[in-house]
Design a protein around this ligand. Structure first.
Ligand code: HEC
Length: 126
């Protein structure tokens, strides 16, 4: 009886470790797939290549509305945010909550793991 309980606890601990590990290990390769499926219709990753949305080259760490030659909305330009990982996380969950009035017609990515993968990919775009 006691042994069963102990091995049950070990199994539970193992399961918890496995989940927290996958939650931490954002996967940039998987994120590239998310980008292709959900963002690439409007965004290029090559510097200077603006489509419906601005180029996302070097997005992590830059200021809102800083791609030259792209016609941003006033809301995006006036937001004065730095696109660090936590800000991108909030924005990509619900763009219109973080920048009311944005012209980015994307509803948001609610899946936490996919969003983490996507941001890990965005971090590779130098
Ligand atoms: C339907 C087209 C469309 C889709 C899909 C889309 N975007 Fe956008 N995105 C835009 C537009 C347009 C803007 C400019 C918004 C403005 O000026 O208000 C923008 C702005 C942004 C910005 C702010 C850029 C800056 O320089 O301030 C980021 C970051 C961004 N998009 C990331 C993404 C990511 C990541 C995805 C995929 C999950 C995505 N977008 C999907 C059209 C889109």
């Amino acid at each position: 009886m006691k042994r069963h309980l102990a091995s049950g606890i070990l199994l539970l601990a193992g399961a918890l470790l496995a989940t927290s590990h996958s939650a931490l290990a954002a996967d940039a390769d998987a994120g590239q797939g998310v980008f292709k499926a959900q963002c690439s219709i409007c965004h290029a990753v090559a510097a200077g290549r603006n489509m419906i949305g601005p180029s996302l080259a070097g997005i992590v760490g830059r200021e809102t509305g800083s791609v030259s030659g792209f016609h941003y909305s006033t809301a995006n330009k006036a937001a004065k945010l730095t696109w660090d990982a936590p800000t991108l996380d909030r924005y990509l969950t619900s763009p219109r909550t973080v920048i009311p009035g944005t012209t980015m017609t994307y509803a948001g990515l609610k899946d936490d793991a996919k969003r983490a993968d996507l941001i890990a990919y965005l971090e590779t775009l130098k």
